[in-house]
Design a protein around this ligand. Structure first.
Ligand code: C2E
Ligand code: MG
Ligand code: MG
Length: 506
């Protein structure tokens, strides 16, 4: 009896050791003697059962927590690497992918191309249709961009309306081809809030070379993109080192122009606009010049676009209108018999879009006691067309000023005469490109004759600019043109020189 209980005690000890070592499924059958040892065995079996349950429960809870933790980590990663609006890669993921692609190239693959894409006119969409519409446009652009890329390419949104793509293992030809496809798919109009909008883009491309960092690649692609934008938009350009100098020159212009406006480095020159029958001065166009203390004379084509981009055009425009209007006041005694004389000023679309242009002009006219009939405002055709709705509404706002409104450089855009009729304008200035060949090319002669007829038939005045020779002037006279401007009648000149001409004429 004692031996049997000893054996069971040994088994019991073994069971406890087994359980303690983690095998919670170990059990010992009670002997059936139903003595105290059996009671302890049953108790330990029950305890083991209980322990096994608790442990199992704990294990599945740990599993669940681990799964949740992994999910949260993935979500965090997604947030850290993805653009929340479009789901595209963000700048940081793009950086990783560029570094990866550069590393591949070092192991023998073709280098990667980095494309930078910026939407043209996105600000207008956002301003006129609202931010939800703007967001919808960005999401659709992301979708279209992704659709033309290969699976190994990474499309990213860098913020705002700026996108980037890294194309690993790519030649410049392939990159240009894909960029052209991207521009093509973006040409299809988009419908947001029931309206059709266009999200045209400009693209800059930088092919990586050994040793290039992500920052350099993105910066240079950005430079090429900017160059594409200034050279007509809706294009893709491959980066060239010379572009870097163009950007630096532009940066220098921005940093110096602000001072130039307030330090008297700007001059307004005046170019005569004449009546073709008498060749008497019927007005002048104010054309700004920058006399830089070190670089000498700088022409407007170099700094007006920069001034528009940087917003300095507002200050510049104020300076121009104040200078011109106070000059009109000085000329007024010489103009008693010259009712039609006007000073024509160029207005940039950026000025047009900003509220307050007509208020500022009215206040300046009042200050110098100059009649609104002495002022004419020129807005270039292409500028007006690319500004769509915004520009047109602003033009209507200027109507109340009672000054003459003109379309400048007509013939360089695509506006039809029917479109012109809907604008609150009274004069059309035909671009000089229409005049160049009229003495040698009969077709061109017939063409400008037809344009003059059309403009006059809808009740608008026409001025032809860029008339360089007496022969051109004579031809235009025969075609029924009444007013012209160009080197044939005088180059842009100082106020003093123009005063002499007015004195002689008076
Ligand atoms: P625009 O308004 O079309 O001005 C006419 C341009 O043609 C002027 O160039 C003028 O000097 C030039 N031009 C005049 N006659 C002839 C000619 O017979 N032959 C040739 N080849 N050219 C002629 P400029 O002064 O260099 O001005 C260029 C552009 O800069 C202007 O074109 C205008 O768009 C802009 N601009 C000039 N001044 C201002 C300004 O005060 N404000 C703004 N927003 N833009 C301005
Ligand atoms: Mg003009
Ligand atoms: Mg012009």
């Amino acid at each position: 009896m004692a031996d049997q209980s000893d054996a069971r005690l040994d088994q019991l000890v073994d069971l406890i050791v087994e359980l303690a070592s983690g095998n919670l499924s170990a059990r010992l059958e009670p002997s059936g003697v139903r003595d105290q040892i059996d009671a302890v065995i049953t108790g330990i079996n029950l305890l083991a059962e209980e322990l096994q349950d608790v442990y199992g429960d704990l294990e599945s809870r740990v599993e669940e927590r681990t799964r949740m933790l992994k999910q949260a980590q993935a979500e965090l990663e997604r947030l850290a690497l993805r653009d929340p609006l479009t789901g595209l890669a963000n700048r940081s993921l793009l950086g990783d992918r560029i570094a990866q692609a550069v590393a591949w190239a070092e192991r023998g693959a073709e280098p990667p191309a980095v494309l930078l894409l910026d939407l043209d006119g996105f600000k207008t969409i956002n301003d006129s249709l609202g931010h939800t519409a703007g967001d919808a446009v960005l999401v659709e652009v992301a979708r279209r961009l992704t659709s033309v890329m290969r699976s190994m390419d990474t499309v990213a949104r860098l913020g705002g309306d700026e996108f980037a793509v890294v194309m690993p293992d790519t030649t410049a030809e392939q990159a240009l081809q894909v960029a052209a496809e991207a521009l093509e798919v973006l040409k299809e109009p988009l419908t947001v809030h029931g309206r059709s909008v266009w999200a045209l883009a400009s693209i800059g491309i930088r092919m990586a070379e050994t040793g290039d960092t992500t920052d350099t690649l993105i910066r240079d692609a950005d430079t090429a993109m900017y160059e594409a934008k200034t050279n007509g938009r809706g294009r893709a350009l491959l980066y060239q080192p010379a572009m870097h100098h163009a950007v630096q020159r532009r940066l220098r212009v921005v940093s110096e122009l602000g001072n130039a406006i307030h330090n008297g480095q700007l001059r307004l020159t005046y170019q005569p606009i004449v009546r073709l029958d008498t060749e008497l001065i019927a007005g002048v166009e104010g054309l700004v010049r920058w006399h830089h203390p070190h670089r000498g004379l700088i022409m407007p084509n170099e700094f007006i676009p920069v001034a528009e981009d940087s917003g300095l055009i507002i200050d510049l425009g104020h300076w121009v209108s104040e200078t011109a209007i106070s000059q009109i006041a000085e000329w007024e005694p010489l103009l008693v018999d010259n009712d039609e004389f006007r000073v024509h000023l160029n207005v940039s679309p950026v000025e047009l879009r900003r509220p307050g242009l007509s208020d500022h002009l009215r206040a300046t006219l009042d200050l110098h006691a100059v009649s609104n009939r002495r002022l004419a405002l020129e807005i270039s055709e292409t500028a007006l067309m690319s500004e769509d709705v915004g520009g047109l509404e602003a033009l209507r706002g200027l109507e109340s000023l009672g000054t003459s409104l003109e379309i400048d450089d007509f013939g360089t855009g695509y506006s039809s005469i029917a479109y012109l009729r809907r604008l609150p304008i009274d004069t059309v200035k035909l671009d000089r490109s229409l005049v160049t060949d009229i003495t040698t090319d009969p077709g061109q002669r017939r063409f400008i004759g037809a344009v003059l007829n059309l403009v006059q038939s809808v009740g608008l005045d026409a001025v032809v600019e860029g008339v360089e020779t007496k022969a051109q002037a004579q031809l235009l006279r025969e075609l029924g043109c009444t007013h012209a401007q160009g080197h044939a009648f005088g180059r842009p000149m100082s106020a003093a020189k123009l005063t002499d001409r007015l004195v002689a004429q008076a």
